[in-house]
Design a protein around this ligand. Structure first.
Ligand SMILES: [Zn+2]
Length: 82
């Protein structure tokens, strides 16, 4: 009998790799990620960059809005008191 290791196809690089090359993922039926470790690492790096751009785009206007909002509220209160 051959002592074959179980293999799984990576959804990203389309290569068959031994299960050791896939990190565990409880949310998946197989219990393993669909991407191999190498691909998931690359994916994470790409996502990190995307997320950084995403947060940059969204935090800045938000901060500006908050500042504007408080200023307007201050104006309102001062106008009311005077
Ligand atoms: Zn892969």
């Amino acid at each position: 009998m051959k002592d074959e290791k179980q293999i799984k196809k990576c959804c990203k690089c389309k290569q068959y790799k031994i299960l050791d090359q896939f990190s565990k993922n409880r949310t998946k039926k197989s219990g393993l990620n669909n991407y191999c470790r190498k691909c998931s690492k690359e994916y994470r790096i790409l996502n990190k960059e995307k997320l950084q751009i995403y947060t940059k785009e969204y935090t800045n206007p938000n901060q500006l809005f908050k500042k504007k909002d408080t200023r307007e509220k201050e104006k309102e209160t001062t106008q009311k008191t005077t």
